[in-house]
Design a protein around this ligand. Structure first.
Ligand code: ZN
Length: 461
């Protein structure tokens, strides 16, 4: 469902601080934005110019306008398995959860996607992504369920058709019953692209190919997925260099580290982005920079699983595109992206010192950086005329923020800021602080019902 607005209908937003996140980092203490149809028509200081066809004029005093947040890594289905394996590292955590995940079905995935999306969109996300890689036989149209949930809430979406084909008997981590055959995985990925991928400017739905990780995917599937993606003109996504255990696995099985392994399978390039990239040496970072390979930095998940601290300052200095990711909510129960701005700053300062990341760099990671990583920097990620009207008004005049003079510092360093208005394609998905198309209470009930059904089927209770 693409939201349509007439190009002659205008929304004028005035009297707010504006952080454009353009290349120069232009900000206005008091500025305006004019939205025409689904595009940004004007951004600047002071009141808006006189324009015709204004259907709505917003006095946004006390607010900061920013580009909408762009999430670059998630696993929606995990919304139903939050709070489990609370004290495990990645491999133990996965081994504990795989048997439960292998019981998911279409209604569960729909509820999990709707819940995940509602929480993120309420917190300023205008472009979502999901990495779904668990496809139990007979479970229904799981990717279709996610796509339906995203269309209903009105968010821009990159859905990835993930896959796993390296079960325990092939030296992989997942149990054999949780994986597909290589052929089935490739066929389903191609079908997902053919059915859903919209490459057009302003597209509300893109598909990417996303084999899960080196320890759950065969070398053949990695290689063939890269060939398929390039034949179809879609992007590639996977997990990379997340933990010391993964590094050890790659050395033992392939005789090289994860980045060299990815390069050997065709997985470095400006059409590729990877989640985590925690354990990267200087040569790995240089290889990502040289090839334009992007990174989805997931600070909360990395902390929850004690995976380590990604070297984001070194990546940015080398020119690697870096965005932010919530990651699956079984390893980041908050499920929010706006709080990851703060977490990225704090964790990178713990790892790299007080100058490692500024508040403005954190905001850039969550907006323009995410757009780069998803291959959409020409369309979204900054407030500039001609770009899509994906923007957020953050309320900063409440008790939590009003005493902080710098609005970007208030947004990033302060408590999670309320969203008054969020536009996707010029259409409100949050208005007056509420989701415009979702009954939150009914959705909360649905997610609880489906989580309990999964628990019962998986024998957790
Ligand atoms: Zn992940």
């Amino acid at each position: 469902m693409t939201a349509h607005v007439s190009p002659t209908e205008r929304i004028v937003i005035e009297n707010c601080a504006v952080a454009t996140v353009d290349a120069a980092g232009t900000e206005y203490a008091a500025g305006h934005i004019v939205v025409a149809g689904n595009l940004i028509e004007a951004v600047g200081p002071g009141p808006a110019p006189a324009v015709e066809g204004v259907t709505r004029r917003i006095d946004a005093e006390g607010h900061l306008a920013t580009p909408g947040l762009v999430n670059t890594h998630h696993h929606f289905y995990q919304w139903l398995t939050r709070g489990l394996a609370q004290n495990s590292g990645l491999f133990d955590w996965l081994v504990e959860l795989y048997p439960t995940w292998a019981r998911i079905d279409e209604p569960m995935v729909y509820a999990a996607a709707a819940g995940s999306l509602a929480v993120m969109v309420r917190g300023g996300v205008t472009t979502a992504m999901d990495h779904h890689y668990v496809f139990p036989r007979g479970a229904g149209d799981l990717l279709g369920a996610e796509i339906r949930a995203a269309a209903e809430i009105g968010v821009r979406f990159t859905a990835t058709r993930g896959s796993m084909d390296r079960g325990e008997s092939d030296g992989g981590l997942p149990p054999d019953f949780a994986v597909e055959s290589t052929e089935d995985a490739l066929l389903a990925t191609e079908q997902a692209i053919d059915t859903h991928h919209d490459p057009s400017f302003g597209s509300m739905l893109r598909i990417a190919a996303a084999p899960c990780s080196p320890f759950s995917v065969s070398t053949e599937l990695l290689r063939e997925a890269a060939v398929l993606a390039r034949r179809k003109g879609v992007r590639l996504h996977t997990h990379g260099s997340e933990t010391v255990e993964e590094e050890k696995f790659c050395h033992e099985l392939f005789g090289m580290g994860p980045t060299d392994y990815f390069e050997s399978t065709g997985w470095l390039g400006d059409d590729v982005w990877m989640a985590h990239c925690v354990h990267m040496n200087d040569a790995d970072i240089a290889a990502f920079a040289r090839t334009g390979t992007g990174v989805a930095h997931c600070p909360s998940s990395n902390a929850r699983l004690a995976a380590g601290i990604a070297r984001v300052p070194a990546m940015l200095a080398a020119g690697v595109p870096v965005g932010l990711g919530v990651d699956g909510t079984a390893s980041n129960e908050s499920g929010e992206l706006h709080t990851e701005l703060r977490n990225a700053l704090l964790i990178n300062r713990l790892g790299g010192g007080v100058r490692a990341l500024t508040a403005r760099q954190a905001l850039r990671l969550g907006t323009y950086g995410g757009a780069q990583v998803l291959g959409r920097a020409a369309e979204i990620g900054s407030l500039e005329p001609g770009k899509l009207a994906d923007l957020v008004l953050w309320k900063l005049d409440g008790i939590g923020h009003a005493s902080i003079a710098d609005p970007v510092a208030a947004l990033v360093l302060g408590p999670a800021a309320p969203v008054t208005l969020s536009l996707v394609n010029g259409v409100p998905v949050v208005d007056h602080g509420h989701l415009t198309r979702t009954d939150e209470q009914a959705l909360a009930h649905l997610t609880r019902t489906e989580a309990r059904r999964l628990s019962a089927i998986a024998g957790l209770h």
